[in-house]
Write a protein that binds this ligand. Sequence first.
Ligand SMILES: [Zn+2]
Ligand SMILES: [Zn+2]
Length: 365
Amino acid sequence: MSSHTRGRIACLNGTKNVELKEFDVPSPDPDAIVTEIVRANVCGSELHMWRGGHPHINDGPLGHEGLCRIVDLGENVTTDNAGRPVEEGDLIVPTYFAICEACPRCGAGEFRLCEHAYDYWSQSADTHPHFHGTFASHYYVYPEQFFYKVSPDVPEGPAASANCALAQVLGGLDKAEVGWGDTVVVQGAGGLGLNAVAAATERGAETIVIDGVADRLDLAERFGADHTVDLRTYDSVEERADRVRELTDGQGADVGVEVAGVPEAFAEGIELLRPGGRYLEMGNVIPGHTTEFDPGAMTRKSINVVSVMRYDPWYLRTALDFLRETADDYPFDELVGEGFALDDVDAAIRRSDERDVARASLVPE
Ligand SMILES: [Zn+2]
Ligand SMILES: [Zn+2]
């Protein structure tokens, strides 16, 4: 590649202020890859940052989900992290976080908790190699990021969010040991929730979805939900807990999945479970938002709470395999909304924040 190719990247410059910066596209180090962004989705995390509410990243490059095309392969890179050969022109999806393989958590095999997860993403775009975020024309994949080749039969839209919601959900459901015959109650029918319903359904679980928006409940059914509970009909915790017991032979659900992202959902979730149930907390990710909680009620029921942040990197491979197998069975395409050019990145974020578009996507060309 010519060293004079220029690329652009969207950066946050203080709260609600996005600017596009332009840099020379770098050559990759021997173990790194330079890619072009094919599609990058606007996720809730970018909205948190844009509003100034992210605990770690409040300025610098935006974007973490993305489908990438290899344009310049470091000389030592011959395969993806599944050992499949890669070459320039291939589509790949990388993890959005780094795995240093040298910190205490990596040393214990807990790669999802790497202490250096955001070392690159949180760097300013002014720092070489500049392209640390996916709201950009190009994206630099560091040696510490796992990446997997995307087979051509995986649809582009879902592939572009595989490294966030779907990989997260697959890792989480494993931690909560969701399996055949379980009844799983999913709180919230957003991106994480719908992916969770499809993934739990494929594992042979029966699913109950709670949400208060008709379109989202309808979509949940098409993602495999066996039952839905409308917050507008069942408008108290007691009524919802009664309804879940009614649907589970008076027992309560085996597993609860919190993906509503509101603190009150955590307290409610415990009420929806049977004694000995498991509870997976994934939706509340911003510290400092509290809720009233009755720990004694949880202990009396001996609920096993599992909370997860990020995922072990091989779940990204599982996510892409999952999409290849099931893309025709669930309306994954409907999770990808309107496409925006990179020049319109501000509108893409603003309209996502106003919930004017369900899920905006940047399509830099
Ligand atoms: Zn995301
Ligand atoms: Zn590490």
